[in-house]
Ligand binder design. Structure first.
Ligand code: FAD
Length: 502
């Protein structure tokens, strides 16, 4: 971008938004160079922080006039490079100042939130009303609603309650043409009339415009909760137990699987005392509004898993023990710090019936590439999280991590799964979409993207394989363009940053 275009934008933005809403020095821009994905980086030209939807509209209008690419950013906890600037000429629109909880309406069972509100803050505010907002990404103490809408975020309790799209009633959207539009009638719990724009926007990873606020669904919080920890001597037994639990109609609020390596890590980190002989531990949270209902669910759970001969079953009902046991799950990722300085986490989804064979194959891939892979994941909805450990200074090992992650993605698609359950495609996985989707599907998605964002400035070149990619044996390859216009965002070294992984 000619410097004069950026200077022009900065001059106009300072007048419109005030100096405190603009970050343009190198130290100010640097924290926006990455999201939580270690491998991808693009330094933005500048960052702007609007305070109102009208200011967002002004920014989009001005970017269109000047031909500037722009990308929305919430908390930057994304794991697929979605919130990185489109190129070093691109600007970041941070929603950090649009962080208000605007209304709680217990009667209607809904709340109105701004995009920059941190997910967990809504639940803190809802607690005194006996209500909760169900989608709870593990990053919920940092991630924002804007990022959750854009990624259709899931979480531990989504197996029972559904993901972000199931809890969003209507969205206020600044279109790529800088119009402010509500997706549908606010507050209605029914599917919107007409075409379902709301569902199109959710999961679109910021490529179809900027999401500014929404009405979201809030639910009565179950009053009785128990957590069962079930240790198994094999991955097969634990995986079969998962399917049996779902088939028995128990409908656990959460159903998570922790593998043997993770058991060792959390025991060491938190002293939770999980059985170290176990090859897999299942964690099931059951919730209800009556003690009899909870007791019935626990008895049914016990009899359902008996045929799979668990090594041990612990059932906790006291809030203290529940909190301690959840620590084993929620702190699992942090506990990997004991065995590795860094890891690469993936999020493919597979059919539940394929859990055992897929995990066994992932272990074989780890062996083949001489890598350590730990697994802790949402077993209830088949959303895997293989964590591939590596030492960031070991370039050769990182290459093996890259190759192994390719194999894992292909494997998961081959068994009937999908590339991503919650982290999104972003830059990280766009070269794999051809594995999962037909050219016709991708073509129609591109047609929608181009119809809604024809300017090609709104977080462009994310999700869909770039034009000029060819699909070869189910795997896409980049045709290097060497430019930031139609090609990949260039990293500071001039290499295409996403090429690390694709
Ligand atoms: C430790 C850890 C645990 C995680 N656990 C989970 C989990 O359990 N479940 C899960 O789903 N994810 C999880 N994630 C991934 C991540 O937290 C989610 O994708 C989250 O929704 C991102 O929110 P964010 O505010 O950080 O968004 P960002 O990372 O800032 O942005 C993510 C995407 O959203 C877009 N975006 C942000 N705001 C807007 C807006 N206002 N309008 C339009 N587009 C916007 C960005 O352009 C980008 O494409 C985890 C991440 C980490 C680091």
């Amino acid at each position: 971008m000619p410097t004069s275009t950026l200077t022009q934008f900065l001059t106009l933005a300072e007048r419109m938004l005030g100096k405190q809403a603009i970050l343009d020095s190198l130290p100010q821009r640097f924290p926006y160079e990455r999201d939580a994905n270690f491998m991808l980086a693009t330094l933005p030209a500048c960052v702007v922080l609007p305070s109102t939807t009208a200011q967002v509209q002004w920014i989009v209008k001005t970017c269109n006039q000047l031909g500037l690419s722009y990308t929305a950013r919430g908390a930057g906890t994304g794991l697929s490079g979605g919130s990185l600037a489109v190129s070093e000429a691109g600007i970041i629109i941070s929603f950090a100042k649009m962080n208000k909880l605007l209304e709680i309406n217990p009667k209607e069972g809904c709340a109105k939130v701004q995009a920059g509100l941190v997910n967990a803050k809504l639940n803190t505010a809802l607690a005194p009303h006996g209500l909760f907002y169900a989608p709870d990404p593990s990053s919920q103490s940092a991630c924002t609603f804007g990022g959750n809408w854009a990624e259709n975020a899931g979480g531990i309790h989504c197996a029972k309650y559904g993901v972000t799209t199931d809890h969003t009633l209507s969205l206020c959207w600044v279109t790529p043409q800088a119009e402010i539009v509500w997706s549908n009638a606010p507050k209605t719990v029914f599917a919107p009339n007409g075409l379902n724009i709301r569902q199109l926007l959710i999961g679109s990873e910021g490529t179809l415009g900027l999401l500014c606020e929404a009405w979201v669904k809030v639910l009565p919080k179950p009053t009785h909760v128990a957590v069962a920890f079930m240790a198994f001597s094999s991955l097969e037994a634990a995986s079969q137990a998962v399917s049996a639990i779902i088939q028995a109609g128990i409908n656990p609020a959460a159903l998570e699987l922790i593998d043997a390596l993770t058991v060792q890590c959390v025991n060491k980190a938190f002293g939770v005392g999980l059985p170290e002989t176990a090859q897999a531990v299942l964690l099931a949270e059951l919730d209800a509004f009556h003690p009899e209902e909870l007791a019935y669910l626990l008895t049914t759970l016990q009899s359902t898993i008996e045929p799979f001969t668990p090594l041990s079953v612990e059932t906790a009902t006291s809030p203290e023990r529940i909190t301690q046991l959840w620590k084993a799950r929620k702190g699992a990722v942090a506990s990997y710090g004991n065995i590795s300085p860094a890891f690469y986490v993936m999020d493919p989804v597979i059919p539940r019936s394929k859990l055992a064979e897929t995990l066994t194959e992932i272990n074989a891939i780890a062996k083949r590439y001489d890598l350590v892979i730990a697994n802790v994941f949402h077993a209830g909805d088949g959303n895997l999280h293989p964590h591939l450990m590596f030492e960031p200074t070991d370039v050769e090992q990182m290459e093996r991590v890259k190759q192994a992650s390719h194999e894992i993605m292909h494997l998961c698609v081959k068994v009937g799964g999908t590339l991503s359950g919650e982290h999104g495609i972003g830059l990280e996985k766009q070269g794999y979409l051809h594995d999962e989707l037909s050219s016709a599907s991708i073509g129609w998605m591109r047609a929608v993207q181009e119809a809604i964002a024809p300017e090609g400035l709104c977080n462009a070149n994310k999700i869909l394989p770039l034009k000029g990619f060819c699909s070869e044996g189910g795997h896409s390859h980049a045709t290097p363009t060497g430019s930031s216009g139609g090609g990949r965002p260039l990293s500071p070294s001039g290499l295409a940053s996403a090429d690390l992984w694709i």
